[in-house]
Design a protein around this ligand. Structure first.
Ligand code: ADP
Length: 173
């Protein structure tokens, strides 16, 4: 089963994706998570993506499609994928047809998360994420320990108000 989650940043995709994946026996593929670990590890992909991400801008489509295509070839996705954070542009939507076909998949469902901007800003400006396993939290402070893996909770650079507003503008565009 392959499912794609679609909606604004902060809509709740990252919270629901692992739950859905677990109940389906599938694995989550969150492009933001893949990119953030590449940035942390300083890989060529990470070096390319960092400046776009810090501003809250989109990483180029060809980079994203490459990341997704490579990931889907891994055994952990053999039983299905819950795609979180892709697609975000028309070329990505078009490219996904090719990428899915190349890995012998069809898309079973697209789930759209609908939420207004005031809620988004409120949620994201109070959000922390685990720097190790990326689990998102609201109402928890940076420096606390993750309930799931014991990693440290941190604020994301792009969860500052200016970057949040830019991400919403980019989403609308
Ligand atoms: P959010 O959706 O909450 O902004 P993500 O973790 O999904 O956060 O993504 C963080 C950043 O990674 C985005 O702001 C963007 O720079 C980059 N990114 C992730 N997925 C994509 C994508 N499909 N296309 C372009 N850039 C992406």
């Amino acid at each position: 089963m392959n499912i794609l989650l679609f909606g604004k940043p902060g809509a709740g995709k990252g919270t629901q994706a692992p739950k859905l994946a677990e109940s389906l026996g599938a694995a989550t593929l969150a492009t933001g998570d893949v990119l953030r670990s590449a940035v942390r590890e300083g890989t060529p992909l990470g070096r390319k993506a960092k400046e776009f991400m810090d501003r809250g801008d989109l990483v180029p489509d060809d980079v994203i499609l490459g990341v997704v295509g490579e990931a889907l070839a891994r055994p952990e996705y053999a039983r299905g994928a819950v795609l979180d954070g892709v697609v975000r542009t028309v070329p990505q939507a078009e490219g996904m047809h090719r990428v899915l076909k190349a890995s012998g998949r069809t898309l079973d469902a697209v789930v759209y998360f609908d939420i207004d901007n005031d809620h988004i800003v409120e949620r994201l400006s109070g959000r922390t994420v685990c720097e190790k396993c990326q689990t998102p939290y609201t109402g928890r402070n940076a420096g606390e320990a993750c309930d799931k893996c014991g990693g440290t909770l941190v604020r994301r650079k792009d969860d500052e108000p200016d970057a949040i507003r830019n991400r919403l503008k980019v989403y609308e565009a």
